[in-house]
Design a binder for this molecule. Structure first.
Ligand code: SIN
Length: 309
């Protein structure tokens, strides 16, 4: 019988952070401890082997294509092995929802890929990282689990819906508009809805090198949005624009004029909403396509992958 393995890939974040004192939960440096060190003291899942690999060591505010490409390729490599039951990725919380959506879009895995992190550094009096890793391992070991998800503070969120909604709380993520996939309680995964599924928008192996990705920027509609940012981007050179629109995808008239100009010049434009919940519902006279219910940051990733084709 093949021994089942869970692979833990480290990318940095607060979970790997260190502060000068145990009481400091904000003045720390992220991405100081290696992934193997993070696993010390976390109980192994019975019957499963663990392997770990450091893919990056960054504060996730600095996440970039140069990390995403190797991360996706390492996930694809491990997922292809019969003995690998699932993958856990340790990651900073600030861009975790982007990486989760990106990995789901390029892997659409039939095994679980579980991102986790921490709101407090590893040196904290009450660090949350070890329990979050233990929960993520429990999800990765669950028979039948699949897709990319985020395990955090005892809750499991899907890659499509997950969003960071708080900058300090220990449970900073929410499953916008959908509700969580599961709760993780004492090592048991209590399922609430189906696992994430779908087909990949582009295979990880077909991603271009990081310096050849299209340029897609996010602009926002707001009081006084006069379109100057769009005109500056057009002058600089841009392939796609996602606009964080107001309400149901509405735009300041001056920004709309600039975006229509961009679209007429061949730039792909998508309308997402600034609202945290809900989706932009199409209307008969729409001149700019909506973003299929994606938040602005995820709509940008979808457009990046679309423009690579
Ligand atoms: C980061 O995103 O790398 C730092 C913040 C965090 O992990 O909570």
């Amino acid at each position: 019988m093949i021994e089942r393995t869970i692979v833990v890939l480290g990318t940095g974040g607060t979970i790997a952070g260190e502060a000068a004192t145990a009481s400091d939960n904000v003045g720390y440096r992220a991405a100081q401890r290696g992934v193997a060190q993070l696993l010390h003291g976390v109980p192994a899942v019975a019957g499963l082997r663990m392997a770990s690999e450091q893919v990056a060591q960054i504060d996730s505010k600095d996440m970039d294509f140069a990390v995403w490409v190797p991360l996706a390729l390492r996930c694809a490599h491990w997922l292809a092995r019969d003995d690998v039951a699932g993958i856990v990725v340790t990651h900073g919380t600030d861009t975790m929802e982007e990486t989760a959506f990106f990995l789901q879009a390029v892997l659409a895995p039939r095994k679980p890929v579980v991102l986790t992190g921490a709101m407090r550094p590893a040196t904290s009096l009450a660090a949350d990282g070890p329990q979050n890793i233990a929960d993520a391992l429990a999800v990765a070991a669950t028979p039948g689990a699949q897709g990319v998800c985020v395990a955090f503070a005892g809750t499991l969120h899907g890659a499509f819906e997950v969003a960071k909604v708080h900058g300090y709380r220990m449970d900073p993520f929410a499953s916008i508009d959908a509700g969580p996939i599961a709760r993780i309680e004492e090592g048991q995964v209590r399922s609430l809805r189906p696992w994430p599924a779908g087909t990949s928008l582009r295979a990880a192996a077909d991603l271009p090198p990081p310096d050849r990705w299209p340029r897609v920027e996010i602009v926002a509609s707001h009081a006084g949005a006069d379109g100057a940012v769009v005109r500056a981007l057009l002058a600089h050179g841009v392939d796609g624009l996602v606009v964080a629109a107001t309400g149901n995808g509405t735009l300041h008239h001056a920004l709309q004029a600039a975006l229509l100009q961009a679209q007429a010049q061949g730039v792909a434009v998508r309308r997402a909403s600034r609202c945290l919940e809900g989706r932009v519902l199409p209307a008969a006279d729409d001149q700019l396509p909506h973003a299929q219910g994606l938040s602005p940051v995820k709509a940008r990733i979808a457009l990046l992958l679309e423009l690579m084709r």
